[in-house]
Design a protein around this ligand. Structure first.
Ligand code: ADP
Length: 271
């Protein structure tokens, strides 16, 4: 068929022979596109009614006498659940946008020192004093070429996971370093950790080690899947090391080809 997508495979066959197998995968690709479009459309359609419900709930809670004390707790729960649904829909939309456009959007030069300080502050504010969060000093003048919002959201996700999966009193350390041809941003925590058999599956959509815990901490199960997509769009990857009961290290690894070193004068000029 003209325009068909063929998947070609060479498999060993007999002695010193190979068999060429070609399969038409256009049907599978079409189904995949339909699946993506469907998710994007459903999420989009659900967004408006949910915003309306959430908005009215908020109005009622704020309106004097509208919600009797005896039912206030139920209204609170409804608000919490609409919030959860909204986060889920936002994450689904983000994921489908990422899947539908494999290229990263407009790239800028991001000051790594500023970005990491922002991540530290976001982590501290999320932790509400329950953890000791530290950031290793970042060499000044380091910039990275990338999509600012995407990279901020991917790295922020790793920080928020560390906070959410580390019990009170635990430690979280953020660090940026160069290794071989890579730039590595690592988030180390002394949290609950993950058993080995789960590690390879964590970036799958909705994969969670412990469903109830993830729900309790406000998770949608889509975070790491979004992180993986964003890093891949930047020719990077996610590395995970973990030990159950001890803690984890989640590292966003990006190619050093994206790194820019600036003198203080150059940095000032681009600020
Ligand atoms: P969720 O919204 O459930 O947190 P994610 O995609 O962000 O979804 O993460 C997938 C799963 O990976 C989580 O449900 C959790 O089981 C595990 N996980 C992620 N980060 C950590 C961490 N820092 N420590 C322990 N487990 C983690």
């Amino acid at each position: 068929t003209i325009g068909a997508t063929l998947e070609i495979q060479l498999v060993p066959f007999g002695i010193n022979q190979k068999l060429l197998i070609s399969r038409d995968v256009s049907h599978m690709e079409k189904l995949e596109t339909m699946r993506r479009d469907f998710i994007a459309n459903v999420s989009h359609e659900l967004r408006t009614p949910l915003t309306v419900v959430g908005g009215f709930l908020e109005t009622l809670m704020d309106m004097e006498g509208a919600v009797p004390e005896s039912t206030r707790a139920y209204f609170g729960m409804m608000q919490e659940q609409t919030g959860r649904m909204r986060r889920l829909i936002e994450d689904l939309l983000t994921l489908s946008q990422l899947e539908n456009s494999p290229e990263a959007p407009q790239e800028t030069e991001i000051d790594l020192g500023t970005l990491l300080n922002m991540l530290l502050h976001e982590g501290v504010s999320l932790s509400q004093g329950k953890h000791e969060i530290t950031l290793e000093p970042v060499e000044p003048g380091l910039f990275i070429k990338g999509a600012t919002e995407e990279l901020h959201s991917a790295l922020g996700n790793l920080v928020s996971n560390a906070v959410r999966y580390t019990p009170q009193g635990g430690k979280i350390n953020l660090k940026l370093f160069l290794r071989g041809n890579d730039i590595v941003f690592s988030v180390r925590d002394t949290g609950i950790g993950i058993e080995q058999q789960h590690i390879d599956r964590l970036t799958e959509r909705f994969y969670r080690v412990d469903r109830s815990r993830s729900r309790e901490t406000g998770g949608t199960g889509l975070g790491l899947s979004i992180v993986k997509h964003i890093l891949t769009r930047h020719q990077g990857r996610l590395e995970i090391e973990s030990e159950a009961g001890k803690g984890s290290i989640f590292s966003a690894v990006l190619p050093q080809a994206r790194l820019i070193r600036k003198t203080p004068q150059e940095a000032q000029a681009s600020a």
